[in-house]
Design a protein around this ligand. Structure first.
Ligand code: NAG
Ligand code: CU
Length: 182
């Protein structure tokens, strides 16, 4: 029993780092066949997530400004990668822009804009109007100890809710223990 308690305490003490890795272009990857407008529209980018660009040596990844994204100009790139397997951390809320600097590729559509949202937006801010017709998101908490996680794991409401679920599980376990002891 002491073992289980130690494990639970360890779980609680471990900071929850829960970022989603977005493989740019999905199974297509980063190349001229990709449609990155459609791909990005189907993803939800949150601070703490990462992008993974996979590409061959005919391509690169340049991080650029919005203006250079629009103009397909790689002359002022903020960052440039060419290792073929590039992870970019989405560390701040806002927009990020990527283009392939190989001649003709960006203008042919090899460009990506992502909008990154804060990890824990205020849930009930009266000044934040929610989009019409959006149902409230309800995540069914799974009991602790359940290890049925299908890949990829569904995004929960964030670290806070995971923490809450864990705290809930913890108190249930403690309560049960004390019920048996007393
Ligand atoms: C590419 O990078 C990802 C994330 O760092 C890593 O998991 C994967 O093993 C890498 N793949 C190759 C082929 O290096
Ligand atoms: Cu390219």
């Amino acid at each position: 029993m002491a073992m289980q308690i130690t494990l639970l305490i360890l779980m609680l003490a471990t900071p929850v780092a829960y970022g989603v890795q977005h493989i740019v272009g999905g199974s297509t990857g980063w190349n001229q066949a990709g449609d990155y407008v459609t791909w990005a529209a189907g993803e939800k980018f949150v601070v703490g997530d990462t992008l993974l660009f996979t590409y061959d040596s005919s391509h690169k990844v340049d991080v650029v400004s919005q203006a250079d994204y629009t103009a397909c100009n790689s002359g002022n790139a903020i960052n440039s990668y060419q290792d073929g397997n590039t992870t970019v951390a989405l560390s701040t809320a806002g927009s990020m822009y990527f283009i392939c600097p190989t001649a003709g590729h960006c203008s042919g559509g090899m460009k990506l804009a992502v909008t990154v949202t804060a990890a824990n937006p205020p849930s009930t801010s009266p000044t934040t109007p929610s989009p019409p017709g959006t149902p409230p998101t309800t995540t069914t908490p799974s009991p602790p100890g359940t290890t049925t996680s299908p890949p990829p794991p569904p995004r929960s409401n964030g670290a806070a809710s995971i923490y809450c679920n864990m705290m809930f599980g913890f108190s249930v376990v403690l309560g049960t223990m004390f019920a048996f002891m007393g």
